[in-house]
Design a protein around this ligand. Structure first.
Ligand code: ACO
Length: 427
């Protein structure tokens, strides 16, 4: 295989090295393109552009493969818990028992949030979208942790990571509790990481918290499935913001905003809202299938399609099974879920969806499970953010440790050429 790729333009030839990833993906290294040729590349949406080299997550959209640090997502979802997966993503190896216990212990030590943060939360109306609240609170945390992380100190990095792994679930729980009008509280050190999050979110002031194993396991699995997904929109945002040497919390806050959008993490909320709208409109799934296919209609079947997975989303496979189990175990019958099943079955047979390789994605089923677990619809994306936290941290850490340059894309200008200024009275 040749080591170089040649670009020919206007009678001139330019050579660029071809690099190969550990899974044999090939890339043309165009670092010197502009210097050599005076040209840049144009790739809106970065469909063909690698922004970095990364050793965290491998995915092959054609084959439906997703691996964290070399471990298959299927195996991790079945055999590991979320905290182990978080450690794996961030530090590169599965922790032994001692390291895992220390990680959890250190997180517990940091799991309070300055009480003054409650005043900030108080300033939001109940109607505020939880993603906006979460992003703001994450940003506000900077004020209480103003020292920026010394990335050349392994210890300082570790404690910054532990701090956010500890405090973020509290912010998630408070965001929900504010919405539900429940008192703000802290966790319980005697519980597992995910169980504690569940308790912080749902514990009623006048009732004992009762652990439900099915619910905790489903939640754990959902968080693992969302934990990283290489250079998606929010992760790229975290890396981009972090590349200016803005701190970890600021980078995460930006990532949360990116995740909010309905074409990204907001899709899980959009799925449920779509299913509820179809139900309210009489449950005619075929009508909505026709709308999704009509190019004059902006309606899209939310939860279908993926920028990278063009065969199937391996997470959707795992989560569909989990959704069936959770709904069965909890004995839930829900007309909205019937609509979801009908839509999925119809789309899988429909030539429009088959030809465009549009399959249900992870968000199609995650919304269904969150609903079954009693999580309000506009909190779904917050749950996604909770799961994605270790991925964002891992990517930010990798980017800083590799000392990557500031992210600064170029553009092709298509505006007006130089023109004389026209005074106001002559316009
Ligand atoms: N419903 C109907 N048609 C669709 C859908 C959909 N959900 N998704 C894509 N298409 C069609 C497009 O109209 C286009 O058709 P055309 O070739 O006739 O013009 C074709 O399929 C390709 O679509 P693109 O938008 O070019 O695909 P892209 O890779 O850019 O977008 C995306 C992927 C954004 C996920 C898209 O499929 C979508 O909007 N899906 C719905 C939102 C969603 O579920 N997002 C969650 C993604 S997963 C995640 O973030 C965790």
């Amino acid at each position: 295989m040749p080591d170089n790729a040649t670009l020919e333009y206007n009678g001139q030839k330019f050579e660029f090295p071809v690099i190969k990833g550990t899974e044999n993906e090939l890339a043309i290294d165009i670092n010197t393109l502009r210097a050599k040729s005076g040209m840049i590349t144009l790739d809106p949406g970065y469909k063909n552009t690698g922004s970095c080299e990364s050793a965290i997550t491998f995915l092959d959209g054609e084959k439906g493969i997703l691996r964290y640090r070399g471990y298959a997502i299927e195996e991790l979802a079945e055999k590991a818990d979320f905290l182990e997966v978080a450690y794996l993503l961030i530090f590169g190896e599965l922790p032994d028992k001692e390291r895992l216990e220390k990680f959890h212990h250190d997180i517990k030590v940091e799991s309070t949030v300055d009480e003054e943060m409650k005043k900030i939360l108080d300033g939001f109306p109940k109607s505020a979208h939880p993603m906006g609240v979460l992003s703001s609170l994450t940003s506000a945390l900077i004020a209480f942790n103003p020292v920026s992380v010394n990335v050349s100190s392994e210890k300082a990095m570790y404690y910054a990571i532990v701090r956010i792994m500890a405090k973020f679930p509290v912010l998630v729980a408070w965001t929900l509790r504010k919405k539900m009008g429940l008192p703000l509280d802290y966790g319980d050190d005697s519980l597992g990481y995910v169980e504690n999050i569940h308790k912080m979110m749902f514990k009623k002031p006048n009732k004992e918290y009762v652990k439900n194993k099915i619910v905790i396991e489903a939640l754990d699995k959902l968080l693992i499935l969302h934990a990283d997904h290489e250079q998606n929109c929010s992760t790229s945002t975290v890396r981009m913001v972090g590349s200016s040497h803005a701190g970890l919390f600021a980078s995460l806050s930006a990532g949360i905003s990116a995740l909010w959008g309905p074409l990204h993490g907001g899709a899980n909320q959009a799925v449920l809202e779509m299913l509820e709208a179809i139900e309210a409109d009489g449950g005619d799934t075929q009508k909505y299938m026709a709308k999704a296919k009509d190019k004059n209609d902006p309606f899209r079947l939310m939860g279908f399609g993926h920028r990278v997975y063009k065969n199937f989303d391996p997470r959707a496979k795992i989560i569909k099974k989990a959704a069936d189990e959770v709904l069965g175990d909890l004995g839930i019958e829900d007309p909205v879920l019937e609509i979801a099943k009908d839509l999925a079955n119809e789309a899988l047979e429909d030539p429009y969806f088959v030809e465009r390789k549009l399959y249900p994605n992870v968000d199609f089923y995650s919304g269904i499970i969150y609903r079954a677990l009693g999580i309000p619809t506009d909190m779904f994306t917050v749950m996604f953010a909770l799961g994605r936290l270790p991925g964002w941290i891992a990517q930010w850490r990798e980017m800083r440790l590799r000392n990557e340059p500031i992210g600064r894309p170029r553009q092709v200008y298509i505006g007006e050429n130089l023109r004389p200024f026209v005074p106001l009275d002559r316009r």
